[in-house]
Design a protein around this ligand. Structure first.
Ligand code: 6DK
Ligand code: ZN
Length: 371
């Protein structure tokens, strides 16, 4: 197996600036500010670890491209696309919480969307089974009509639409970014052709976390009822908790849905060291998730898998977790890079209880899981 990585360095030109965390402003108390968490350094390291790390022999590089405005309309409303074009012409705009469209941002957004579409096309045309869109700005909060949470265009959602328009009948999306993939969920909320599954931190235990939605009872609407599965996990869930959630909730749902394409929406902000999350995965946990996703792709989607990059803000550890995930997806063992931080303390007893109760809730309320 190989992984086809799609990338374009123009995406580095989205400059999110400095502040305290993601606030983008200087209250004047400090001499040294943070780079906005969604900065180009994180992605530079992802590129370099795939080029120079031990996984490099298994990777084929492809150049990304800009999306056409017409391609955006499969997911986004034309008024919203116009709003972005106008904002760019006017020199930029604060679109949402921590979401800054600056000079260069719109071009990078078009590159992220087009690069993801190219990666999906590669898989759809059978030129490769597994493609990874290494993109920024991220996309999974971007809704049909608005920007949200560092996202302008929903890269994964656009690629799902391309798959549907190219003859796929059922697409499954598994989102392991630490935040709820609310934009993708909204785009397919009334569809039974797209199963959206999101594992994210339960903001019940962390008020300001983003977005303030993603609970288990948001199951979809109309024909899409039951085809949006939310898995809010307690802070500190860790490797064994995520493994249990995959085994108990994700694997059976994919088995019942039987998709012909799987999209892994990948964020390394579920790691133990991320400034924006507290879920405590380490490289071992990401490696295991990668293995499980590979098994699912091999069993149900004849090996077809698109991976789309989302968050992940620890500038070095995110790259290591990416490497570990792709090692899992390539089924390489033993681990090629040791975890620079060793292990992390785990106690999955509470998250296992939560996951069991989500399982009971879904089995009771989701028709397609009963069949
Ligand atoms: N900040 C993501 O990792 C993005 O899911 C996470 C976005 C978190 C936003 C947190 C937030 C504010 C609030 C108010 C004012 C300024 C900033 F999309 C991904 F990148 F993947 O609400
Ligand atoms: Zn995130």
């Amino acid at each position: 197996h190989r992984i086809h990585v799609f990338w374009h360095e123009g995406m580095l030109n989205h400059d999110t600036g400095y502040g305290v965390f993601d606030r983008g402003e200087d209250p004047g108390f400090l001499d040294v500010l943070d780079k906005h968490p969604e900065n180009s350094d994180r992605v530079k390291n992802m590129v370099s670890i795939l080029k120079r790390g031990p996984i490099s022999p298994f990777i084929t590089w492809h150049s990304g491209r800009r999306a056409l405005l017409s391609e955006l309309l499969s997911f986004h409303h034309p008024d919203y696309v116009n709003e972005l074009v106008e904002a760019d012409k006017n020199g930029g705009k604060v679109m949402c919480c921590g979401t800054f469209l600056n000079p260069g941002s719109w071009d990078a957004s078009l590159l992220a969307a087009g690069t993801t579409l190219s990666a999906m096309k590669h898989v759809l045309e059978g030129q490769g089974n597994i493609a990874y869109a290494l993109v920024r700005p991220p996309g999974h909060h971007a809704q049909p009509t608005r920007a949200d949470g560092y996202c302008f265009l929903n890269n994964a959602g656009l690629s799902v639409q391309l798959a549907l328009n190219s003859g796929c009948e059922k697409v499954a999306v598994v989102d392991i970014d630490v935040h709820y993939g609310n934009g993708t969920a909204e785009g397919f909320y009334t569809s039974n052709k797209v199963l959206t599954i999101s594992l994210h931190m339960d903001h019940g235990s962390w008020g300001p976390s983003h977005p303030q939605s993603g609970s288990i009872d948001e199951l979809g609407e109309g024909q899409g009822y039951g085809y949006n599965l939310n898995i809010p996990l307690p802070n500190g869930t860790g490797n064994r908790g995520y493994e249990y959630a995959m085994k108990t909730l994700v694997v059976p749902a994919i088995q019942k849905f039987d998709p012909d394409m799987i999209v892994l929406v990948l964020g390394q902000d579920s790691s133990a060291y991320d400034p924006n999350g507290r879920q405590c995965l380490t490289m071992d946990g990401y490696r295991k998730i990668g293995q499980t996703i590979l098994e699912l792709a091999n069993k149900y989607s004849s090996g077809s898998l698109l991976i789309v990059q989302e968050g992940g803000y620890h500038v070095t550890y995110s790259a290591y977790c990416l490497h570990a995930t792709l090692e899992g997806i390539l089924n390489l063992s033993p681990p090629l890079i040791p975890d620079p931080n060793g292990g992390y303390p785990e106690d999955e007893a509470f998250s296992v209880k939560v996951i069991d109760s989500i399982k009971r809730y879904q089995d009771e309320n989701v028709p397609f899981l009963k069949v």
